[in-house]
Design a protein around this ligand. Structure first.
Ligand code: VGL
Ligand code: ZN
Length: 236
């Protein structure tokens, strides 16, 4: 009888022979020491009851906890804004959340106040169970510049230091999960590609905000940039 490894090996041979859809063959992805899981912004403000709650956001937590067990390297991010941050609608008279404005560095979506430094809303979810996480990168802490990406602020030049950290640790392959798919997850994945990392987004470990077509655009941009879209069940 074939054991599980035999089945997987058999599938691999069949996939090479073109007999199995590539979707099935993707089941063999095994994170190694050169792989890191990036857990993006799983913070109370983005969860039910939060000021910028992402629909079904809480559903990513058990999925992330499960896949994290396959990773020796985990980095988390925390959106970490000043009070009155430039990305808050409340900082611009006459503006409402989800409207956009033009700032020096480009178009900015305006948000409800969220993830203010040191508040309970900015805290990581207490349900995350990833004790081995090595680093928490905070971002968006410059009053006049937003930062969806874990790598580079919205001015397109100020770095968080994450790429240098990962390269110093010999990490080459990144798996991105968390909130929200169409903002911080997508911008992080796109910058990861720009920095030369092999990049996967684990789609069932993410949820999106989806304002003004942002979710479809994010997936299209990621696809074009060579970000690989996988499911948590693809990770061994
Ligand atoms: C995020 C909007 C504003 C995110 C952060 O984590 O995706 N979205 N700040
Ligand atoms: Zn934010």
């Amino acid at each position: 009888m074939l054991d599980r490894r035999g089945v997987v090996a058999g599938l691999g041979a069949a996939a090479v022979a073109g007999l199995v859809p590539s979707r099935l063959w993707a089941a063999a992805i095994k994170p190694d020491d050169a792989s890191a899981l990036l857990v993006i912004d799983v913070q109370n403000c983005f969860l039910p009851g939060g000021s910028l709650a992402v629909k079904d956001g809480e559903q990513v937590v058990p999925v992330i906890n499960k896949i994290a067990k396959s990773f020796a390297n985990v980095v988390m991010t925390q959106d970490w804004h000043t009070p009155g941050h430039v990305s808050f609608a409340s900082a611009h008279s006459g503006k409402k959340p989800f409207e956009t404005i033009d700032l020096a560095y480009g178009k900015q979506v305006l948000w409800p106040d969220h993830c203010v430094q040191g508040t309970d809303g900015a805290a990581l979810s207490k349900d995350l169970a990833i004790p081995q996480a090595e680093l928490i990168i905070r971002k968006g802490f410059h009053q006049d510049v937003d930062s969806y990406s874990a790598f580079t602020e919205a001015d397109g030049k100020t770095t968080t230091g994450l790429a240098a950290y990962l390269k110093a640790r010999n990490v080459t392959r990144l798996f991105v999960a968390g909130l929200a798919t169409d903002f911080c997850v997508a911008w992080t994945a796109l910058d990861a590609r720009k920095a030369g990392f092999e990049t996967y987004v684990v789609e069932d470990a993410c949820r999106g905000i989806d304002t003004q077509g942002s979710l479809a655009k994010a997936w299209a941009d990621m696809d074009k940039a060579g970000v690989k879209r996988i499911k948590s069940s693809d990770i061994a």
